[in-house]
Design a protein around this ligand. Structure first.
Ligand SMILES: NC(=O)c1ccc[n+]([C@@H]2O[C@H](COP(=O)([O-])OP(=O)(O)OC[C@H]3O[C@@H](n4cnc5c(N)ncnc54)[C@H](OP(=O)(O)O)[C@@H]3O)[C@@H](O)[C@H]2O)c1
Length: 369
């Protein structure tokens, strides 16, 4: 089995991934910028690992320290965000050495960079980049691919919605990344091609039957990059994040005003500074009791050119952070044991196949309908 290196292991998500990996029997190298925090994580894990896990100091502000972590054939998992600010050194290190790379990002601007800029370089180097291998955006890829497989060639539109229930909560790292997401460009797959579109540009409604409807606002996702290749007739892919608040309908106007403000000389940089200053990570996240009450729900609707629903796939699973830890641990272990199908920037279904991903979701506690 190849070595697994966890960068950002001492963060909120990194700690969950480290616990999940050792639960599955792996012995990852834990990397981070603080010797003390690494030592305390190793202490916490020894009841499961027995002999202490190895650690390494690496700081993304000193890329050579990140490069020194990995060797050819390793699996590098990065959870150091916001990725538009901190993500480059890990991905460069993976391409440089020929390590398989996974990350926990959900940020559209970074995802687009991975696919369009780093992907071809990784392909040339013979290695694979699996970006956004967490709750954002693995389940939508799997639900979308299953809906496409079962609905057949008549599908022209896929609408994928991510919803939550039970309260949950978000981590400091997610808050920091979210502040960056609204500042950066995004995209959507519309009319058969990828188009620039700001996050939150549209409200999408899902009719769940018996008069029940849920709504969400458009987000980037990885689905616009990965799913069109599976269905040549696909013209539109909507990826939305749901919310129950009545003010959801105001989001498109609010994001339009923000995007406009960012373009105004003098004002733009100030707005940017205010939002960036609010984005501080490394401040923890929902505890186990809170996560135990929270649930994730994903819907993928495949429709034909007349708008008729051909297939709806529904996923219901545990809290998004628990799912993120389980997906990243599963993906890293699978890549370390059996490798990955293909090179370059790959979606989860490209990398492991739909049936293996369906098994991964079930193992993670997701019910698939
Ligand atoms: N896709 C999804 O569904 C999903 C789910 C969860 C998280 N995420 C994303 O994953 C990222 C991490 O989230 P989180 O909640 O774990 O955040 P976090 O608790 O703030 O963790 C960030 C990690 O990055 C490390 N870090 C920060 N600056 C660094 C530097 N200069 N060099 C090396 N390491 C550095 C931190 O180190 P210290 O421990 O030393 O502070 C910490 O380990 C965020 O971008 C978040 O949006 C996505």
């Amino acid at each position: 089995m190849q070595r697994i290196v966890l960068l950002g292991a001492t963060g909120y998500t990194g700690t969950l991934v480290a616990h999940e990996l050792v639960r599955l029997g792996a012995r990852p190298l834990l990397a981070g910028r603080s010797r003390d925090r690494l030592a305390s994580l190793v202490d916490d894990l020894t009841s499961v690992t027995g002999p202490r896990l190895e650690t390494a100091i690496a700081d993304v502000d000193d890329p050579a320290t990140v490069r020194a972590l990995v060797e050819h054939g390793d699996v590098l998992v990065s959870m150091v965000g916001p990725f538009v600010r901190h993500g480059g050194p890990a991905i460069e290190a993976a391409i440089d050495t020929g390590a398989v790379y996974l990350d926990s990002t959900g940020e559209p601007a970074f995802i687009r960079d991975v696919v369009e800029r780093y992907g071809p370089r990784a392909h040339a180097a013979g290695t694979a980049l699996l970006t956004a291998f967490g709750h954002d955006w693995v389940p939508g890829n799997v639900a979308g691919a299953l809906a496409l497989r079962e609905a057949g060639d008549a599908t022209t539109r896929l609408s994928i919605g991510y919803f939550g229930s039970g309260g949950g909560g978000i981590s400091g790292g997610t808050r920091a990344s979210a502040a960056r997401v609204v500042l950066e460009p995004s995209y959507a797959f519309r009319g058969g091609r990828l188009r620039a579109e700001r996050v939150g540009a549209r409200v999408v409604t899902f009719e769940l039957g018996h008069g029940r409807r849920v709504r969400g606002v458009s987000a980037g996702g990885t689905e616009p990059f990965t799913l069109p290749a599976l269905a040549p007739g696909l013209r539109d892919v909507d990826v939305v994040i749901g919310a129950r608040t009545p003010s959801l309908r105001l989001v498109p106007a609010a994001t339009a005003v923000l995007t406009g403000a960012l373009r105004v000389p003098g004002l733009g940089p100030r707005v940017r500074r205010v939002l960036e200053a609010r984005s501080t990570g490394s401040s923890g996240g929902p505890d186990a009791a809170r996560r135990a009450r929270s649930r994730s729900h994903v819907v993928a609707d495949a429709r034909d050119a007349d708008g008729a629903l051909l297939r709806r796939v529904r996923l219901d699973g545990p809290d998004p952070y628990d799912l993120t830890a389980r997906f990243l641990a599963w993906g890293a272990l699978r890549a370390a044991e059996d490798g990955v199908r293909g090179t370059g920037a790959l979606g989860p279904v490209d990398a492991f196949g739909l049936d293996a991903m369906l098994d991964a979701l079930r193992e993670a506690g997701v019910r698939i309908r």
